[in-house]
Design a binder for this molecule. Structure first.
Ligand code: ITT
Length: 196
């Protein structure tokens, strides 16, 4: 069974494809099907937004679709940017601009705890759904470090490894990341679902 990955974000697409392929789940991107839909994220939770994206792509592709809604929740910013992580600072900013804004808003803050959350939703053409969530705890670094990954990776520091997400190899990040955890849980559910 082939699953369409309902994302426009190239960083996510790469991670989702690699994690799911390693778990034996066959995936294609919406681009492979000529589908380019922008889904409005009107939900108030990661789980709701993931479901909205998976539903829209499943409907368009007539194939099972998997979506990821994720974000960075910073304690000192009352859990922000959270579900607004992709839109932090407005539409004009890119990943680098959003990261700079985050560091600016954290200036002088000694409480730097943060976590990434990832909600995965899967919708099948018959209306069945599966969902899973994953979390990774860390802190906000004082300056960007590393070149890898995407989004807020250069400033997300993992104390146990003494490195930012950007300083990890892709496989190392996937092993501990919110996305890796959520997708592995999802794959377990999928296995049970497909046996029914
Ligand atoms: P799609 O909705 O098309 O999947 P998006 O980037 O808009 O792409 P989200 O609404 O889920 O996706 O926003 C998630 C944002 O959170 C993303 O743009 C990054 O800025 C950030 N983010 C999520 N996971 C991340 C990760 O593993 N590393 C760094 N930043 C991450």
């Amino acid at each position: 069974m082939k699953f369409v990955l309902a994302t426009h974000n190239p960083g996510k697409l790469q991670e989702m494809s690699s994690i799911l392929s390693s778990l034996g789940v066959e995936v294609i991107s919406p681009g492979d099907l000529g589908i380019d839909i922008e889904v409005e994220e009107t939900g108030s939770t990661f789980a709701e937004n993931a479901m909205l994206k998976a539903e829209a792509i499943c409907e368009a592709a007539k194939l099972p679709a998997i979506a990821d809604d994720s974000g960075l929740c910073v304690d000192a910013l009352n859990g922000g940017p959270g579900v607004y992580s992709a839109r932090y600072g407005g539409e004009g900013l890119d990943d680098r601009g959003r990261t700079a804004l985050l560091l600016e808003n954290m200036r002088g803050q000694t409480t730097r705890a943060a976590h990434f959350t990832c909600a995965i939703a899967c919708v099948f053409p018959n209306g069945d759904t599966l969902s899973a969530e994953g979390r990774c705890d860390g802190t906000i670094a004082f300056a960007p470090m590393g070149e890898g990954g995407f989004g807020y990776d250069p400033v997300f520091f993992v104390p146990e490894l003494a490195k930012t997400f950007s300083q990890l190899m892709a496989e190392e990040k996937n092993e501990i990341s919110h996305r890796g955890r959520a997708l592995r849980l999802f794959a377990q559910q999928l296995e049970t679902y497909l046996k029914k």
